[in-house]
Design a protein around this ligand. Structure first.
Ligand code: F0G
Length: 463
């Protein structure tokens, strides 16, 4: 067969207009939004790469399944379909639907984490960290050494540092209620975790008698990377690989807004009956009856179908390739990116993009404002605004200073990506003109969502 462009493996039959704006309009919108792109109105955004969460396009099969949902309060047929779809992939015994991933985290940690406990993770996502800390726990990030260097090429930069995990378990003996691994490692650049690493963490946890959980939001993308990069997996299907990943854990939290291909939803799945019962009681208190967990029956249907579509090889090939395609374009014009490109997102390396902006003047955040201003592109900072504020109120520079361009699933086409590359290249040419930002107002936690900022040199933002 001839080698060909990897195309979108679908055709479009419903369209949603996106709106062009002028630079002056965007300048005013950005000012109104206090230089925080979370505060922008979506109608003022042309290409929205803020997140891949809940922003995907559903398939005709998902919509069809939704029409046939069972909205019974208890024991609905839609719950059974959902539970079977989750169990088919994970083989975990107890499946609890939740309205999204962070609800699964909160419910799990409420059952398992006490004040002073330590929860190791390859890298906590912001809501996961916040939920551990909300219980009075300590969220410990243990990424492998390769994962800390945005310029280093390595196939599995999402891996956990297993020796550091051993040390942590000895040091905090009796205070580690569970170990988590996030696949793919979102805050660490959308990087995958190898099966060998999952197996090693599984072994350590088993020896110490500590439950091992996956933060499984992007399990299918992780499975595809294992297929591409890990010896022995090239001939396995993504489904088989995903099954093997889940066979190594005692439970998982999941945001179905990512690899569930749904616009809302999530779940907690686990084997331990007594913990599952505690979680179920909490679920009833805060989310809803255990067979709907804060979701409509049609949401459960959409997830059930999504979990199967997300493992289709053609979909995953296109998905991973579209991020890589942007990476290749940007590397040709010397835009510094985190390598290799992630599964759901490409990360600009703001330390190298804006070397003249100190981290406490938020270079990645600055870049988010510049991309919006010049091209109507919205992206999310994963840097010092997101991670710099410590529970004690001190501020420290984040380990990596990244701007994440997250790709909604099945939404944008190759010409959108071409346009995006042009905007970034243009900002790159003008990057020496950019100065940093200061925070004018912020909440005590998860400040990036609502903080107000101001440019240190407003000139760039004036036409
Ligand atoms: N874990 C990871 C690794 C995530 O990326 C997210 C969400 C969550 C947990 C929480 O799930 O949003 O359904 O409550 N990440 C989104 C993002 C918000 O933009 O990366 P949720």
């Amino acid at each position: 067969m001839f080698s060909h462009t990897i195309i979108e493996p679908f055709r479009v039959r419903t369209v949603e207009p996106i709106r062009q704006t002028t630079r002056a309009e965007r300048e005013s919108a950005l000012h109104q939004a206090s230089y925080n792109v979370f505060r922008l109105d979506a109608r003022d955004v042309l290409i929205d790469l803020l997140t891949d969460s809940g922003t995907g396009a559903m398939s005709a099969n998902q919509w069809a399944a939704m029409m046939q949902s069972d909205e019974s309060y208890a024991g609905a047929r839609s719950f059974h379909r959902f539970r079977d779809a989750v169990a088919n992939i994970t083989h975990l015994t107890h499946v609890l639907p939740t309205h999204q991933g962070r609800a699964a985290e909160r419910i799990l940690f409420t059952a398992m984490v006490r004040a002073g406990d330590v929860v190791p993770n390859n890298t906590h996502f912001d809501t996961t960290r916040a939920n551990v800390e909300d219980r009075g726990g300590i969220a410990l990030d243990l990424p492998c050494a390769e994962g800390r260097d945005p310029e280093l090429l390595h196939p599995f930069k999402g891996n956990m540092d297993v020796e550091a995990l051993e040390r942590a378990l000895r040091e905090h003996e009796g205070r580690v209620p569970l170990v988590m691994v996030t696949v793919t490692n979102n805050s660490g650049g959308g990087q995958p975790v190898s099966m060998a690493n999952l197996r090693a963490v599984h072994e350590v946890c088993r020896r110490h008698g500590i439950p091992f959980f996956l933060d499984a939001c992007r399990f299918a993308e992780n499975a595809w990377f294992i297929k591409l990069r890990e010896p022995g997996y090239a001939d396995k299907t993504p489904f088989e690989i995903a099954r093997e990943m889940f066979s190594l854990v005692d439970g998982c939290t999941m945001s179905a807004k990512k690899d569930g291909l749904a616009n809302i939803g999530g779940f907690l799945a686990l084997n331990d009956e007594s913990i599952a019962n505690r979680c179920r009681n909490n679920l009833i208190l805060t989310e809803g009856f255990p067979t709907y967990g804060g979701l409509a029956g049609y949401d459960l249907e959409a997830i059930a179908v999504g979990l199967s579509e997300v493992l289709e090889p053609d979909y995953l090939r296109y998905r991973i390739r579209s991020v890589e395609y942007l990476a290749e374009k940007l590397q040709k014009v010397d835009v510094p990116i985190l390598v290799p490109p992630g599964g759901h997102a490409l990360y600009l390396d703001a330390k190298r993009f804006l070397p003249h902006v100190p981290q406490l003047e938020y270079p990645a955040w600055t870049l988010s404002c510049a991309l919006y201003l010049e091209g109507g592109v919205r992206a999310a900072e994963i840097g010092t605004v997101m991670f710099g504020l410590q529970p004690d109120g001190n501020e420290v520079p984040a380990r990596m200073e990244l701007l994440r361009l997250a790709f909604p699933r099945r939404v944008y086409t190759q010409s959108h990506v071409d346009y995006l590359a042009e905007v970034i290249a243009y900002v790159r040419q003008r990057s020496h003109l950019l100065r940093g930002m200061r925070i004018v107002e912020q909440p005590p936690a998860l400040r990036h969502f609502t903080a107000r900022l101001a440019p240190l040199a407003p000139g760039f933002y004036a036409s």
